[in-house]
Design a protein around this ligand. Structure first.
Ligand code: ADP
Ligand code: MG
Length: 247
């Protein structure tokens, strides 16, 4: 039996805005993520993808329902996840090494151990030689590598990524996707599951093995589809039409 890592039970989220109250963004979302899955979350703009990811991370509380990580209800920050943001969210006044080490801030580790872990992940992500560089000295792709490094250095069971490639040019994004898929499929990182928000069906098919689709109105899951387990190196040739029809 595969370990259940994340379970969402009847998650509802309503927001109040200056002009409206109780706008429903997520309605009765039920979702289970087990060990080994790479799940994509798709859906139109405003369908609640980022909200769902933030609820899983514990950065935003649900209005109703509960989030479980490894059978434990999550209240506050989810200890099992590392998060990667579309806009990288790096601290401009900190170096690459310092930004990555931030991921270990709340861990009770000695400075030596933090340093060793951070340098190892920097090396793994192809950022060696840039340890002391500042974000503004890096390309977009390298900045996102730092963002991924900061999440992975915690060795989280689950990696959450919110449109991690959409701020990058096509070629840079492609390189980063390949490097990440290699680390993931060859088990060079201890992460057990990945949940990625994307607006690209191609990206979902290429990278993940399950696609969960949200709609805007009603704010529900309208499809939860397994993606054929072709190796990612061969997936560029996969026909997308069948999947598109089902979404
Ligand atoms: P997506 O990532 O799919 O584009 P979001 O989760 O960002 O969707 O947003 C879903 C809806 O919730 C949008 O209509 C957005 O305006 C609204 N929303 C998101 N965050 C807030 C917030 N903090 N306060 C009020 N409304 C919000
Ligand atoms: Mg979003």
């Amino acid at each position: 039996m595969k370990q259940t890592l994340i379970e969402l039970q009847q998650i509802c989220k309503r927001y109040d805005t200056p002009n409206t109250t109780n706008v429903s963004v997520l309605e009765n979302i039920k979702l289970t993520i087990v060990e080994g899955e790479f799940v994509s979350i798709l859906g139109p703009s405003g369908s609640g993808k980022s909200t769902l990811l933030r609820i899983i991370a514990g950065l935003v509380p649900p209005s109703d329902g509960a989030v479980y990580y490894s059978g434990q209800e999550v209240r506050g920050a989810n200890p099992g996840v590392g998060m990667v943001f579309q806009s990288f969210a790096l601290f401009p006044w900190l170096t690459v090494l310092e930004n990555v080490k931030l991921g270990l801030e709340n861990k009770h580790l000695t400075e030596t151990v933090k340093m060793r872990k951070a340098l190892s992940i920097i090396d793994m992500l192809g950022l060696d030689g840039f340890e002391n560089a500042y974000p503004k000295e890096l390309s977009g792709g390298m900045r996102q590598r730092v963002g991924i490094g900061r999440a992975l250095v915690m060795e989280p069971d689950i990696l959450l990524m919110d449109e991690p490639f959409s701020a990058l040019d096509v070629l840079t994004a492609e390189n980063l996707k390949r490097d990440l898929l290699e680390l993931w499929t060859e088990k060079k990182i201890p992460t057990k599951s990945i949940i990625m928000v994307t607006h690209s069906i191609e990206e979902a098919v290429y990278m993940s093995d399950r696609a969960v689709v949200l709609s805007r109105d009603p704010a529900r899951i309208i499809a939860d589809i397994p993606i054929p387990m072709t190796h990612w190196r061969d997936k560029q040739d996969v026909q997308f039409t069948g999947l598109v029809d089902r979404i």
